[in-house]
Design a binder for this molecule. Structure first.
Ligand SMILES: CC(C)(COP(=O)(O)OP(=O)(O)OC[C@H]1O[C@@H](n2cnc3c(N)ncnc32)[C@H](O)[C@@H]1OP(=O)(O)O)[C@@H](O)C(=O)NCCC(=O)NCCS
Length: 145
């Protein structure tokens, strides 16, 4: 039984449709306080979580302070419900002189009685490395960084 449970857990750990270079950067479960009037999770809460998750890989590359400069695309594919366990997978899609773009996919694990995994959101965001005055700075390893 323990062996079987472990196998189920591993099967749900990573959606097979994800590209190999997508990294699990964050997991979180929304609470009732995060829901809207329909009882679904508020889109603004999901956007905030995606912004946090999207910043993980750019922070590592920038080795310091970054700011979100753009949410280039954001798609709510399926509603999120209280009790969903959300996994955020990120992949760097572009590294420029001062900026880094990432693609974030959010997958919800739900219905513990008969576990399911559903892609609920995907987004493209761009972050800029900034200096202590908030101005763009060249990334480490770039021509001027
Ligand atoms: C981020 C910020 C410092 C950038 O300053 P800026 O003078 O606009 O910077 P630049 O025009 O030189 O662009 C910097 C980089 O961002 C990229 N960029 C700017 N706008 C972009 C957009 N809409 N989409 C994608 N990339 C964009 C540029 O291409 C450039 O990348 P590169 O150096 O790799 O080629 C400034 O816009 C800012 O402070 N914005 C507010 C940030 C913020 O408060 N975010 C929310 C909280 S973190």
């Amino acid at each position: 039984m323990a062996e079987e449970s472990r196998r189920v857990h591993l099967q749900l750990a990573r959606p097979p449709s994800l590209p190999d270079d997508a990294e699990l950067v964050m997991r979180v479960m929304p609470l009732p306080a995060d829901s809207n009037a329909n009882g679904d999770i508020f889109g603004g809460w999901i956007m905030a979580q995606v912004d946090l998750a999207g910043a993980v890989l750019p922070s590592r590359i920038a080795k310091g302070r970054i700011a979100t400069v753009a949410v280039n695309e954001f798609i709510f594919k399926q509603p999120v419900s209280v009790g969903d366990l959300l996994s955020f997978y990120a992949r760097v899609t572009r590294v420029g002189r001062t900026s880094i773009s990432v693609h974030v996919e959010v997958h919800a694990e739900r219905n513990p009685a008969e576990l399911q995994q559903v892609k609920v959101t995907e987004a493209n965001l761009t972050y800029v490395a900034i200096d202590s005055t908030g101005q763009p700075r060249a990334l480490p390893g770039s021509a001027t960084g």
